[in-house]
Every structure is written in C-alpha cells, then in structure tokens.
Design a protein around this ligand. Structure first.
Ligand code: P6P
Length: 332
C-alpha cells in the first residue's frame, strides 16, 4: 500500500496482482510444508518442456499460480517454466483484457523437494506492449528486463518470505502462518557492496573457460583485488540468491561446455532477480553486460548469470568480458 501511494497514477491493479501472487504463495507454502506428509512426494511421472521429470509439487505450484491469476482480468498473458508456450488469458465478456504480463518459475529447485531443502517461486511482471482488447501474446512476454514493472520471489525456507521490488527499493515480508498474512519484516533491503560468500557449482570446473576458472580461483583464494570468500552453494537458486542478498555474496552460473548459454533462464529467473538485486544496490550480468539490458529472443532462453554484491560482480565481469562472446542463444 505504501509503495502504491508513491505512484499517484496507480489504479491499484498492480498491488492486487501482487496480492494474487501472495495468495498462490500461501497455498504453495502450505503444500510444501506438508510435502513429506502427503502422497504427492516424488515425480509426477510427466516430463515438462525442459525435458525435466516433473515433481508433483512442480505441477501443483504451476496450476496454483495460473489459477490465482488467470480469472482476475489483471493479466493478458502468462508464461511459465513449466509450459512450452505462453498462456493467453481469455478476455472475460464483462471485462477488458488485463494490462499486465506475468512470467514465472512456479517452483525453482524442485529436485530439492524430496530432501527438504529450501525452494522458491520467482516472478516477473511487465505491462503489455500489444494492442489491448484481446489476449496477450509472445511479443508481450519477450521484453527486455529493464522494462519490468515488478519482480520478486517467494522463498520456502525456514520461514516463507516474499521479497519484491516495483523499482523503489526491495522489501521483504515474512508469512505468519498463524494468521495467514505476509508481514513486513525486511523494509528497504540493501545488499553489501562486497560479499562474504561465493556460490558456484565447482564440479563444472573442467567445463569452464580459463577466465571463469580465474574468477572462481580469485574468490576462493583471494587475489590482491578481492579477498578470499566462504563457499556456500545450496543448489537452489532462490535460497542461494537470498542468502547473498542479505549477507553479501556473489552467485555464478557461467556458460560451460555442457551449457553454452549457462543453465538458468533469462525471462523468469535471471531478469527478475537482476531487477531485485540492482534495486538493492547490487549488480547482475551475463559475464559481459547487464542482464537487464539483454533483449530476449525466445521464451525459455538461457543466460549465463553473475549476480550479487556490486564490487564482486564488477570484478568478475571485468575478467569474463575479455573472453569471446558465446554463440547465438539456443531456442530451448
Ligand atoms: P546445478 C535447480 O535445479 C536450479 O535450476 C537452480 O535452482 C540452481 O541454482 C541450479 O539449478 C543448480 O544447478 O547444475 O549446480 O545442480
């Protein structure tokens, strides 16, 4: 509400869309907290568009976000990591088409579900760019990250937290399950200029280029410009990102010989987290340029990601920029 009042032209629709996402988050949180107790553990047996075996909770979370949003008239199109194509939202007879676009990863890190490791939902909101009056389309989804109107994530960790930005700072809310409400617990989050941690999957070492190896070695051992850091890698993007946001740190998922564009997705993973981290005083690049300036070419496009404390990201990018540009992004 306070954020909405900062925008005199606000109609309240964006606030309401954020509330819709919070409702989905509460429902997903309840199911995540019970995952060990119900029979929805384990893979649903189906395979998603990424070729990944879908965990039951993946399917549940995807349906929950879609159902919380698609009948509200606030959104004209959605796109999810779990769905091959954009999901156009029908225009109800008594309403005009929604003016917002929702891109989301309903449950990132889902391989961690069965071992009780923190997981998260990531969302990105744009305004539609196509003419109103009919459902939105792919063009509305393929917008550069700098144009986001809101972005954030829900972390299903030791507590359930919502962290979001609308371009005026980053704010964290903690779910009080006894009343079913998100309460403002972390106003105006800022991330330290220099981080305590570096987060990267070092088992990829032999698949990295020499500049990537030099950057990781510098964070491990220190190298004049940077002090050595503690290694922390959970293997769950939202959990790794959130710890680094609060304590200071750098997360890297660089390109490698197995993942020539990196592993993480631009539209609904890298770009929303890049919006959050820049608003918190941090930085995010693909190793060469800001993630928020990357023009997307396909819905599930991957991007190398270097994100976190500004001094650390600037150091890493100054070295990685020297290597040859990656090949043209693959469509999947
Ligand atoms: P790796 C989880 O599967 C995920 O998509 C992110 O949450 C996480 O940061 C990354 O993959 C971990 O990938 O290759 O290190 O296991």
């Amino acid at each position: 509400m306070e954020q909405e009042r900062l925008h005199p032209e606000a109609t309240g629709e964006l606030s309401n869309l954020l509330y819709d996402i919070c409702l989905a988050a509460k429902i997903i949180s309840r199911q995540v907290r019970r995952a060990g107790l119900t029979d929805i553990l384990g893979a649903a047996g189906t395979v998603n568009v990424q070729g990944e075996v879908q965990q039951n909770l993946d399917v549940f979370a995807n349906e929950t976000v879609r159902n919380a949003v698609q009948h509200t008239g606030r959104v004209c199109v959605m796109a999810s990591e779990e769905d091959e194509d954009p999901i156009p939202v029908p225009v109800p007879d008594d309403r005009r088409a929604g003016k917002y676009v929702l891109l989301f990863d309903p449950l990132d890190g889902s391989t961690n579900i069965d071992v009780n490791v923190s997981i998260g939902t990531i969302f990105s909101i744009h305004k539609r760019v196509t003419v109103g009056g009919q459902p939105g389309m792919l063009e509305d989804c393929l917008q550069v990250g700098r144009r986001q109107v809101a972005a954030g994530y829900i972390l299903y960790g030791s507590s359930t937290m919502l962290v979001y930005t609308t371009g005026r700072g980053v704010h964290g809310f903690t779910l009080d399950p006894t009343i079913g409400e998100f309460l403002l617990s972390h106003p105006q989050i800022t991330t330290p200029e220099v981080g305590k941690y570096y987060s990267v999957n070092e088992s990829n070492w032999n698949r990295w280029t020499p500049p990537v190896q030099r950057v990781v070695m510098a964070f491990k051992n220190g190298d004049g410009k940077v002090q050595s850091k503690n290694a922390r890698y959970i293997g769950s993007l939202v959990a790794d990102f959130h710890r680094n946001l609060i304590s200071g740190g750098i997360f890297l998922y660089p390109a490698d010989t197995r993942s020539p564009q990196g592993k993480l997705r631009l539209l609904y993973e890298a770009a929303p987290l890049a919006f959050v981290v820049e608003q918190a005083g941090g930085a995010a690049t693909d190793g060469r340029r800001p993630i928020l300036d990357t023009v997307p070419e396909s819905l599930h496009q991957r991007a190398p990601l270097v994100i976190g404390s500004k001094a650390d990201v600037d150091f890493a990018t100054s070295i990685l920029r020297a290597e040859p540009a990656p090949a043209v992004p693959a469509s999947r």
